[in-house]
Design a protein around this ligand. Structure first.
Ligand SMILES: [Zn+2]
Length: 444
């Protein structure tokens, strides 16, 4: 009970501090107050302004009502260098609560990818205990952690309806493909992804000539007229010395040329040299043995002895390395297109963030870190952020579009080409046109 007192006292302190911060913000730099979002009926800029007005005969407002009815929701925008534990500590949220949240997040690791700008909303109950935490991932997605009667948290992913907005970016190479790509309106990440993809077909140092034309079809995800930040490179066409190289994204997340030949090396299905027994299968409807609630298993568990060599199943870039109390030491890899893989409970990580890795490259040694009932490797495969069963999924393990899918692939490729050509004809030089299509993705 003593700790409870401590928390509410630190909360009172926090409220007092936020008022000070807001006041300082009003007088000092306007950016300063942006750093701390306190959405509240009591602690907003309005009463702060009132108090900030030069002293008149009116005495300062009695702070008692402010403390008696603290607002239940606090919003906070992640800043560069923030850590979850520091954010929680500053709100008087106990380490125990943080661990309960991390437990609820163990199968998703949503709290592991907090970018600057991501917003957290904390809702407290009358006793100033955290009741709900909402993580606004992007304009279309949020994750809600809700406190349950037994003290644990439930996890809910809420997704708004989204659609893809198509953009044609085209230009001609001047000094480099990189510069020309940026000038055409592509992002650095997109140009790098294109270069990685095309370098197997084109020698960028020797074959590229000034004036070589290129066209890229990019789809940006949009919700309520707002871009979410997710994108897909749908197609690219680059001509050099009279030879045109095309690549089209297919539904399996891989890129193929117009003949259905894979542009990228095929994926391995398994991240290990040998096939290991599956100790726990992929199961989106798994009932958690302790809580009795649905707690999906988003990957497969392979019964690997500690120290088993773990390989990247495809070419890609290491986007995250972490050490989580439940997931243990883990690696996230982003592959081309919309594919990502995850490797959990590792004993040793052998790559670093930002490192490019090859298919089959040794990236780690398996282990038993985090909350784990025994040595194993938890492996996840995601398409467009959605976990799929790595055992049965349509993983691009082949170097060619399967023959029964070839007709639908060709139709898709023709549609993409037509879209790119129409825009080129409208504006031959450095065209940039937006083609909006209402292609809604599934919402859940
Ligand atoms: Zn697992």
């Amino acid at each position: 009970m003593a700790t409870r007192h401590l928390f509410s006292r630190s909360h009172i302190l926090l409220f007092a501090l936020s008022i000070i911060v807001l006041l300082v913000g009003l007088f000092a730099s306007p950016e300063h107050s942006k750093a701390l979002f306190v959405e509240s009926g009591t602690v907003t800029t309005e009463p702060a302004e009132k108090r900030a007005t030069p002293a008149t005969a009116t005495p300062p407002a009695d702070p008692a009502p402010v403390l008696a009815e603290p607002d239940p929701v606090q919003r906070y925008q992640i800043q560069a260098g923030d850590t979850l534990s520091a954010i929680f500590e500053s709100r008087g949220i106990s380490l125990g609560t943080l661990h309960e949240l991390l437990a609820a997040d163990a199968e998703y690791l949503s709290l592991e990818i907090l970018h600057p700008g991501t917003e957290l909303a904390f809702r407290f109950n009358d006793q100033q205990h955290l009741e709900q935490l909402t993580l606004h991932v992007d304009p279309a997605r949020k994750v809600v952690f809700q406190r349950q009667d037994n003290g644990s948290f439930s996890y809910q992913h809420v997704e708004a309806e989204t659609r893809w907005s198509y953009h044609v970016r085209s230009g001609a190479i001047e000094q480099s493909f990189f510069k020309a790509g940026l000038r055409a309106g592509l992002t650095e990440q997109q140009v790098e992804e294109l270069a990685r993809m095309l370098k197997r077909k084109i020698d960028f140092r020797r074959e590229i000539r000034k004036g070589d034309p290129f066209t890229v079809l990019v789809a940006n995800e949009v919700t309520h007229e707002q871009e979410t930040g997710r994108y897909r490179i749908e197609a690219v066409s680059l001509s050099t010395r009279g030879r045109t190289t095309n690549a089209f994204l297919y539904t399996d997340g891989n890129y193929y040329d117009e003949n259905g030949e894979s542009i990228l090396p095929a994926f391995r299905r398994w991240p290990t040299q040998h096939r290991f027994r599956i100790s726990s299968p992929f199961d989106p409807g798994r009932i958690h043995p302790m809580t009795g609630r649905i707690s999906p298993h988003n990957g497969v568990d392979l019964a690997t002895p500690i120290g088993t060599r773990v390989m990247s199943t495809g070419d890609g870039v290491v986007t995250r390395i972490g050490d989580h109390p439940y997931a243990g030491k883990y690696i996230n890899i982003r592959h081309n297109g919309s594919l990502t893989t995850r490797y959990l409970h590792l004993s040793r990580v052998l790559v670093h963030k930002g490192q490019r890795v090859k298919r089959g490259q040794k990236i780690a040694l398996s282990g038993n870190t985090g909350r784990s009932t025994g040595p194993h490797l938890h492996f996840e495969f995601r398409i467009d952020g959605r976990p799929v069963n790595p055992v049965t999924a349509d993983i691009p393990t082949a170097t060619k579009v399967p023959s029964d899918a070839f007709a639908s692939f060709t139709e898709l490729a023709q549609r993409r080409l037509a879209l790119m050509r129409t825009v080129e004809m409208l504006a031959p030089a450095r065209a940039h046109a937006q083609v909006t299509q209402t292609h809604a993705t599934g919402s859940s």
